[in-house]
Design a binder for this molecule. Structure first.
Ligand SMILES: [Zn+2]
Length: 448
């Protein structure tokens, strides 16, 4: 993270450019809830697509699933969440603010210095009622993780996918945790999105698979442009392991508030399948035809937060620099994550330019997320595209009307080249998938 990136700058950019707004803003907002705007929804979707492509699409040992948010209440009893998914809560006797006891340093209220109550255990699951009458309806929970939807479908998936272990089941979806102290923008929120993989393996091979997935996940963040120096691994101490975990690593990122968890990669052992077998009465063991053995698989779980990944990509790509005497803010997002891949900008709103520029836009928008902007000066429009991380701007000028060529400007180098319209689509496709912008390519050497 460049030294001058503060959370305030990220929050401000997100508001100004339509990435992220406070939820219910016209009513004063709702604590720790955020809405993704037109740019944010694209960025977030691109992050999820990149994960799904790496975890599911490009592997023959992982399949996807999409399970319901509300599940049978017995699931959460079996998983241990009803009894153990708690944080110690203390309340200030003076100002009545509530705090997590394990985050308090000197047993005094951080807000007013008042005395605190004894800690009591507070369950982080949101509860609601299923059915029309509250009195007779059953209590259900909003899931605090997507993992349990995978465990209870283990047998369904193994049977229908005809796959052998090791086998992964992946899911992306909303989770809910009634955090006592949410905060740091979209880092810790009560409603958030999970990207979880449960990778089922033969007991005894689990330690090796944990190492494997730790490396895979670190590589994934770096392959999408996160600076290596801003990532680190932290192994959980025995005293901080979750109730189901045999071993766990956090991938941490250097956020503006300091090193914080980006993703947890846990060895959940056979805890979940064993618990569900016990509580449901169903046999969830697996017959390994190759080894002629029956066993309850161990599970390696890389569990990432979509929202905190989005935040890490924003922070890591944020740069301020001086260009031609002016300040420029630019998001150097990986092209696959950038909300807009290309912007079509007529040099001015001149009526002679608009038809050609519109035509260029129409041609591109079926291939790429493309933006069309003809308001304000060209310089201001470039700045706007820089701030939302658009890798390429295509400018249509008066010369274009004569020679049917357009200018392409690259976001990071600010280099500009000119090329014929009929090559635009193919050239952008190549550049977006990593081909060098200048150097010896066909169109960099073309005469202007
Ligand atoms: Zn207080």
């Amino acid at each position: 993270m460049p030294a001058d990136v503060t959370m305030d700058k990220i929050v401000s950019l997100c508001k100004r450019r339509g990435f992220i707004f406070p939820s219910s803003e016209i009513y004063g907002g709702l604590g720790s809830c955020w809405d993704y705007g037109p740019m944010g929804v694209e960025l977030k979707r691109n992050v999820k697509n990149a994960w799904w492509r790496t975890i599911v699409q490009e592997r023959d040992d992982v399949v996807g699933i999409d399970t319901s948010i509300m599940m049978h209440p017995a699931v959460w009893k079996a998983s241990g969440h009803v009894d153990s998914f708690t944080d110690p809560l203390v309340e200030c006797k003076s100002c009545h603010l509530r705090w997590r006891a394990d985050e308090i340093e000197n047993q005094k209220c951080p807000q007013c210095g008042g005395d605190l109550t004894e800690p009591r255990m507070f369950n982080l699951m949101f509860r609601t009622f299923m059915g029309p009458l509250e009195e007779t309806a059953s209590t259900v929970y909003l899931r605090p993780e997507t993992a349990q939807g995978i465990f209870v479908n283990f047998e369904n998936v193994v049977t229908t996918s005809r796959k052998k272990l090791p086998l992964g089941i992946a899911q992306i979806g909303k989770s809910f945790r009634n955090e006592i102290t949410p905060g740091n923008f979209i880092f810790r929120t009560r409603e958030f999105e999970h990207m979880e993989l449960e990778y089922f393996v033969k007991p005894g091979t689990d330690d090796g698979w944990l190492d494997y997935w730790v490396k895979q996940r670190l590589d994934w963040y770096m392959s999408l442009g996160i600076t290596k120096e801003n990532l680190r691994l932290r192994q959980h101490g025995k005293d901080e392991l979750a109730h189901y975990a045999k071993d766990c690593y956090d991938v941490e990122y250097l956020f503006p508030m300091g090193w914080s968890e980006l993703e947890g990669i846990a060895n959940r052992s056979d805890y979940d399948l064993t618990q569900h077998a016990k509580h449901s009465g169903k046999d969830l063991s697996y017959y390994d035809g190759q080894d002629g053995e029956r066993y309850v698989p161990y599970v390696i779980e890389p569990s990432a937060g979509v929202d905190r990944s989005v935040l890490a990509f924003l922070v890591d790509s944020y740069h301020e620099e001086v260009v031609e005497g002016g300040n420029r803010v630019v998001l150097r997002l990986h092209p696959s994550l950038a909300p807009m891949k290309v912007a079509v900008l007529p040099l001015s709103r001149n009526e002679r330019l608009s038809p050609l520029a519109r035509d260029v836009y129409r041609r591109l928008c079926s291939s790429f997320m493309a933006d069309y902007d003809d308001s304000q000066s060209i310089g201001r429009r470039y700045r706007r595209q820089d701030e939302i991380g658009t890798p390429f701007c295509v400018t249509v000028d008066f010369e274009s009307l004569q020679d049917n060529q357009v200018t392409i400007r690259e976001r990071d180098s600010l280099a500009q080249i000119r090329l014929p319209l009929e090559e635009l689509d193919e050239a952008l496709r190549a550049k977006l998938s990593g081909e060098a912008f200048d150097a010896t390519t066909l169109w960099a050497t073309r005469e202007k």
